[in-house]
Ligand binder design. Structure first.
Ligand code: NZQ
Ligand code: ZN
Length: 385
């Protein structure tokens, strides 16, 4: 195990009816709030009305940044920054999925920063100050509700990058708020959560039994509940278990003491930057191909994955056969739940493979399990067509 420092200040408020805490939180955080949300799902579900009345009951003046896009855009973030500065906003509340939370984080760190907020995403600057941020999560996927990551797309330059920004002060997670998530977004969320675990599970760091078992517990929980939630979107316990898994997959628990990979996320971000496809859809396509491309770097890890997570019976098989059976099980799982399996599912051809390979490696080679150059990425994308 490697040395680590573990820090996570986000207060997680989880379960049925927990939105009631919002009033007290609002009283503590200030008198003018920027409410950030997406394309209208929270209005259709009735959550918007509940949130606004709690904020008003707390005496807050409520300003709004609506219309945050899936794969949030820099222009929308800039609008939020301008509004906060003009109106003297004290704190920000994001109500929605990962895109809404990520945009809100960008606004939170952009307001006190004198330069262009994009500097944080291009590694020209590190965010040091932020407005306080709360979230009400409506979609299980990114883990943004309990981490400091934020992913923003600059559509002018066709770049999509992640940055370390700010932790939410609190996040309210009521599984009932995820009942209305459509089938395709539920599938993308499941794919994203599993992918976060994959990024941190495939490592060369040895003697990490606790991190390994945490990761396996999350993967098994997601796999067990995936079909249940797709069969019955209003199954409270299935939604709750997926929601909590999503948070635990990317709140800093898994990577402690471990060298993690993250190449596949960089590749997917490059694809999304050029084609604007859903993040989880891209990951379901690319991750199994990445696995096939890299498994020989540490076959033993893939054997363990196959046996522990996918119940592959190793009897009478070579390690390589077991490892490949595990990868085939991942592919079969994604196909069974209805995730996309090829870039062609999004009408993506070989036209921009080189462009995407370059965009995936803007700061040099990526990944730790196997270091990938743009030529390697090109090959993984070709396998994904
Ligand atoms: O915009 P609205 O109308 O709210 O609709 C959204 C959106 O169309 C809808 N939705 C959300 N909750 C709903 C709902 N519809 C009905 N009922 C509900 N309860 O779902 C659609 C997708 O929402 P989005 O927020 O884009 O999805 P997700 O949470 O998957 O976020 C994806 C973004 O997060 C980034 C991705 O790259 C992508 O930009 N990521 C952020 C990370 C982080 N901050 O740590 C890590 C991830 O790896 C990821 O890269
Ligand atoms: Zn992700």
């Amino acid at each position: 195990m490697e040395n680590f420092v573990y820090y996570n200040p986000t207060q997680l408020i989880f379960g049925r009816g927990q939105l009631a805490h919002l009033e007290d939180k609002a009283k503590q955080l200030g008198s003018t709030v920027l409410l950030v949300y997406g394309g209208g799902s929270i209005k259709r579900s009735g959550l918007y009305d509940k949130v606004v009345s709690l904020l008003q009951a707390a005496g807050n003046r409520v300003l709004e940044l609506p219309g945050v896009e899936p794969n949030p855009r820099l222009g929308t973030v800039q609008k939020g920054i301008d509004l906060c500065r003009a109106e003297g906003v004290d704190w920000i509340l994001a109500v929605g999925g990962g895109s809404v939370i990520d945009a809100a984080k960008a606004v939170a760190v952009g307001v006190p920063y004198e330069g262009n907020v994009w500097d944080f995403y291009t590694r020209k600057a590190v965010a040091e100050k932020a407005l306080p941020l709360g979230t009400v999560l409506t979609l299980a996927a990114t883990g943004s509700e309990m981490n400091r990551g934020s992913v923003v797309t600059n559509w002018d330059t066709q770049e999509k990058h992640g940055a370390g920004t700010t932790f939410p002060t609190f996040s309210i997670l009521d599984p009932e708020n995820t009942f209305s998530v459509p089938r395709d977004q539920t599938i993308y969320g499941i794919s994203d959560i599993l992918s976060h675990v994959f990024e941190q599970y495939f490592t060369h760091t040895s003697e990490i039994p606790l991190q390994t078992r945490f990761a396996e517990a999350i993967m098994k929980t997601v796999i067990e509940n995936a079909e249940r939630v797709l069969d019955n979107p209003q199954d409270y316990d299935a939604r709750a278990n997926i929601l909590y898994s999503g948070t635990m997959a990317l709140n800093g628990t898994l990577p402690v003491g471990v060298t993690t990979d993250w190449a596949t996320h960089s590749i997917e971000h490059a694809v999304s930057a050029v084609y604007d496809i859903p993040h989880g859809g891209g990951l379901a396509i690319i991750f199994p191909k990445w696995m096939r491309y890299v498994y020989k770097e540490n076959v033993a890890r893939f054997v363990r994955f196959a046996v522990e997570v996918w119940n592959v019976d190793p009897a009478g098989k070579t390690d390589e056969e077991v490892a490949l059976e595990g990868i085939a099980a991942v592919e079969a799982f994604f196909a069974r739940i209805g995730a996309p399996t090829r870039l062609a599912d999004y009408q993506i051809t070989d036209e921009h493979l080189e462009l995407m390979a370059q965009k995936a490696t803007p700061f040099g080679p990526i990944g730790q399990f196997k270091t990938l150059t743009s030529a390697d990425v090109h090959e993984i994308l070709r396998m994904s067509l």
